[in-house]
Design a protein around this ligand. Structure first.
Ligand SMILES: NC(=O)c1ccc[n+]([C@@H]2O[C@H](COP(=O)([O-])OP(=O)(O)OC[C@H]3O[C@@H](n4cnc5c(N)ncnc54)[C@H](OP(=O)(O)O)[C@@H]3O)[C@@H](O)[C@H]2O)c1
Length: 399
């Protein structure tokens, strides 16, 4: 790497470290306010204003919105006349709903009466008839309708829900899926409401745990339809309300393409495929299950991947032996070339709706929970993951 490039990168890291430190300090103060919703509601209105940030991401300038721009009193003032109606209470409903409630906002939940989510919501302190309602009733009471049903359920329930989303309400999603693939989902929002998106980049459980730690998850925001002229501002404010720390602007289309692509690729499908291929070749060459697992999964997840997460790929390379570095440098381009056509095929399959069609078909089945459990059991039964159980049992923290 050239020296100017290296020093530019060091400067960006220093800037982002200082921004992160600043944010942690602010976030702590913020999270103290969130501990008691009642106390949070009593905060005087004291509006701090700061500029939004334009950051340089490897040479491309992008605007990032941050929680520091929305102190709790400002957030509460902004939503003082709103009722956030969370429709669906899966992992996102749980995380986003509890965070918005802890932020002192007026939140209600709408789910199928006596379904799994209804029980879960009661356990989390939502009260039937006060803050927990059947779906239709919650939509009628809400001003901001947060559609957090499963993507397949969003499509299945749309004919009943659409007429309830009347002028003056705002329609909110956490995925571009339903709206972008409207030819398959038949979800076409009414023309007279704002339609916005806040998509946390992680599980709803992480949305909740990061918030409770006084931090915040990264989320994407987007506007599909701006009737009031306030749609973007509302998306930003809601992003903060549900527990985001930083918000990155995108479009519904880009959000859904990148999301479906990423989870099928490196995040989930790709990683399982790579692990399995490497493990099987080791086994075919006479290596024991423990050796094959340690050299494929354990070292990756316990030692090397956290280093990439902490300080980047070059940092991880530098932390390894010169022998390892030389080989990795030589083989990385070979893997890139071999994988690139697969990624191109995957992106096309996302873009042309093939992936959506499959997902709607599978997740729309009555038996989708059992069918999924069966396939996941097959993975759990693979030798690699059975070997992994024993390796994990030997970790110091497992004893
Ligand atoms: N999970 C993530 O990591 C993640 C991350 C970012 C964005 N998102 C997006 O956030 C949204 C919600 O995802 P999620 O993972 O939180 O939810 P989910 O687990 O996929 O869906 C759960 C909710 O859908 C309801 N539901 C399912 N079928 C239904 C039907 N036929 N009629 C009525 N309700 C039905 C369930 O209620 P019952 O209990 O009554 O069945 C439950 O409340 C999706 O758009 C998703 O793409 C998810």
């Amino acid at each position: 790497m050239s020296l100017p490039a290296r020093s530019a990168r060091v400067a960006v890291r220093a800037a982002s470290r200082s921004a992160a430190t600043k944010n942690i300090v602010k976030a702590r103060a913020f999270s103290v306010l969130t501990r008691s919703p009642a106390a949070a509601k009593r905060q005087p209105v004291h509006i701090l204003s700061r500029g939004i940030k334009t950051l340089d991401f490897a040479g491309t300038k992008e605007v990032v919105y941050e929680r520091a721009d929305w102190p709790l009193p400002k957030l509460q003032e902004y939503f003082k006349n709103d009722t956030l109606a969370l429709i669906g209470y899966g992992s996102q409903g749980h995380g986003q709903g509890l965070n918005a409630r802890d932020n002192g906002l007026n939140v209600i939940v709408g789910v199928r009466k006596d379904g799994e989510s209804w029980k879960q919501a009661i356990e989390d302190g939502w009260v039937p008839g006060e803050t927990l309602f059947p779906i239709e009733e919650a939509i009628n009471k809400g001003t901001i309708i947060m559609n957090l049903l499963s993507d397949a359920a969003q499509s299945q329930t749309w004919p009943e829900l659409a007429p309830l989303i009347t002028k003056g309400k705002t329609l909110y999603f956490s995925h571009g899926f339903s709206v972008v693939y409207k030819d398959l989902t038949h979800v076409v929002p009414p023309a007279d409401v704002d339609v916005i998106l806040v998509a946390p980049k992680g599980s709803g459980r992480t949305v909740r745990t990061l918030f409770k730690e006084g931090r915040g998850i990264n989320s994407s925001i987007a506007v599909f339809q701006d009737v009031t002229g306030k749609a973007k501002e509302k998306a930003i404010a809601l992003g903060i309300a549900v527990g985001s720390g930083y918000l990155y602007e995108t479009t519904f289309e880009k959000e859904v393409y990148s999301d479906l692509y990423g989870e099928r690729g490196v995040l989930m499908g790709g990683i399982q495929g790579m692990f399995l291929a490497q493990y099987k070749v080791l086994r075919e060459n006479g290596h024991s299950p423990s050796e094959a697992f340690n050299e494929t999964v354990e070292e990756a997840t316990q030692s090397l991947f956290p280093l990439i997460g902490e300080k980047g790929m070059d940092y991880m390379y530098n932390a390894c032996s010169t022998t390892a570095r030389r080989g990795a440098l030589d083989w990385a381009p070979i893997f890139e070339a071999a994988n690139r056509p697969v990624f191109e095929k995957l992106y096309e399959s996302v873009k042309n709706g093939t992936e959506t069609k499959k997902s709607l078909e599978f997740n729309g089945r009555k038996t989708y929970r059992q069918d999924l459990a069966k396939e996941l059991k097959e993975i759990d039964d693979q030798e690699i993951w059975r070997a992994g159980k024993t390796v994990r049992s030997l970790r110091p923290d497992a004893k």
